[in-house]
Design a binder for this molecule. Structure first.
Ligand SMILES: NC(=O)c1ccc[n+]([C@@H]2O[C@H](COP(=O)([O-])OP(=O)(O)OC[C@H]3O[C@@H](n4cnc5c(N)ncnc54)[C@H](O)[C@@H]3O)[C@@H](O)[C@H]2O)c1
Length: 443
């Protein structure tokens, strides 16, 4: 099938490359000229494991092309996915400016039947607004009664996780299709047929809600276990054991019970905010989700309080940050908890050094006054403590014997419970994890 994807970022590019891999002819469009130039030369502008290899294979097979022209993308395809960003407005609402712009541009260039699919995460009722925008902006000739142009709008939310995006796209738990015509359903079924996966077919509003509800639920699970961690610290229990004991119950499941410094990234914070706003606008006070958000903020604040307590004076202390990205296997810094933590500590006068295997190029653009280091050992040199803010596998291979001799004070605050505290303590470190019963033991 001839498919276009408008917006070639984390989601659009992975979607385009994977749809090409399963046999479709794909055009990826973006209005970022630099991005398209890079992609045309076979370079992937983001870090996503396996993506560059898959892109090379499908460029060679001539299954995927890149353009900055929405006209070309619209006219050469029957199906058009919209995968542009939907960031937060200051009041938390999803900013749908990019979606509206794309809808208008599609309308201006439409020349035959099109199925327009929302891939971006959008609030309920966006599908209706996209359709209305397209109909209002159709060229004059199509606005006459006798020259009607047929089109469908559908919702097909994306559930991939950065860092394992290809695997998630190719082997999804389910594919959700919000459709309101047989033709749209038939086309969507055909697109995903090669994946042999479970399809959930529903109306557009329900599909839109499924995405927001899923992300909000996962965020709730994280805030729940983070609250449990707070209790564990106070009573001297170990949250890792608690999560194991809870997670083995099939009704609960172990995933998303990882304690840490709170969720971040380009999805959970904005999607929780947008869902709260959507509820408010429709007369429902979603107090549960508001508390999920509060707990998430408190998680960062309590981590900082622990550092202030154990380090005593922050001013002029040299603090080494191990990990900047909001999670491992990505270079994405959007809403990474590291940003708030670093800003607070810098504000209190700390000298900050940082190392991340992939995210430093993006981090440099937003974190001023931070010294970026080439490896964990350069980072550790002269530090009064290290903070683990992303659980990169690579960090497990650090030689702590060597590291110990480079630091001024051997203190580790492990915001992701990545390390075994006992082991590090045997090596002479003071170790603080999250929810490991520490505050009780140290009172
Ligand atoms: N990143 C994720 O893990 C993830 C997962 C599931 C869903 N989503 C959702 O998918 C959507 C896209 O997210 P993303 O992370 O890929 O964003 P992104 O910022 O990486 O990519 C968006 C792209 O759209 C392009 N764009 C904006 N306006 C355009 C226009 N008028 N014409 C052409 N291109 C335009 C931008 O240049 C950018 O390259 C969001 O709604 C997000 O919530 C993201």
């Amino acid at each position: 099938m001839n498919i276009s994807i408008i917006g070639s970022g984390y989601v659009g590019l992975v979607t385009g490359v994977c749809l090409a891999e399963i046999g479709h002819k794909v055009i990826c469009a973006d209005n970022d000229q630099e991005k398209i130039k890079k992609l045309k030369s076979g370079k992937v502008p983001i870090y996503e494991p396996g993506l560059e290899t898959l892109l090379a294979r499908n460029m060679k097979r001539r299954k995927i092309l890149f353009t900055t022209s929405i006209k070309e993308a619209t006219q050469k395809s029957t199906v058009i996915f919209i995968a542009v960003g939907t960031p937060s407005k200051p009041n938390g609402e999803a900013d749908l400016t990019y979606v509206e712009n794309v809808a208008r541009e599609i309308a201006l260039n439409i020349d035959s039947y099109k199925l327009i699919i929302e891939k971006s995460t959008v609030p309920a009722e966006t599908g209706k607004r996209i359709e209305r925008t397209i109909r209002l902006n159709l060229p004059r000739k199509y606005q006459r009664k006798n020259k009607v142009i047929e089109l469908d709008v559908a919702s097909n939310p994306e559930f991939l996780r950065e860092g394992s995006a290809i695997e998630d796209f190719m082997h999804p738990d389910r594919v959700v299709m919000g459709v309101e015509s047989k033709r749209a359903e038939k086309l969507l079924r055909e697109i995903y047929k090669p994946l042999h996966t479970h399809l959930v077919v529903t109306d557009i509003n329900s599909a839109e809600i499924i995405k927001h509800a899923s992300n909000s639920f996962l965020a709730t699970k994280i805030s729940f276990i983070n609250s449990i961690a707070q209790i564990c610290d106070r009573v001297g229990a170990d949250v890792l054991k608690v999560a194991e004991g809870m997670g083995l119950d099939k009704r609960i499941g172990r995933s998303f019970l990882n304690v840490g410094i709170g969720y971040g990234g380009s999805c959970f914070p904005k999607d929780v905010d947008a869902f709260i706003r959507l509820s408010e606008k429709n007369g429902y006070h979603f107090s549960l989700l508001k508390e999920v958000r509060n707990v998430n903020e408190e998680q960062k604040a309590s981590f900082i309080r622990m550092i202030e307590d154990k380090l005593w004076i922050i001013k002029n202390k040299m603090i080494g940050i191990l990990g900047l990205a909001f999670k491992p296997n990505t270079d994405d810094m959007r809403n990474a908890p590291a940003i708030d933590i670093i800003h607070t500590l810098r504000h209190e006068g700390a000298v900050i050094k940082a190392y991340d295997p992939q995210a430093m190029v993006n981090a440099e653009k937003i974190l001023k006054g931070v010294t970026f280091c080439k490896d964990p050992y350069t980072l550790a040199k002269g530090c009064d403590c290290l903070l683990v803010l992303t659980e990169w596998e690579e960090f497990k291979k650090i030689n702590f014997q060597k590291l110990r001799h480079l630091m001024r004070q051997t203190i580790i605050f492990d915001g992701r419970n990545l390390f075994h505290g006992d082991h590090l303590e045997q090596l002479g470190f003071e170790y603080y994890g999250i929810g490991r019963g520490m505050s009780k033991n140290n009172r």
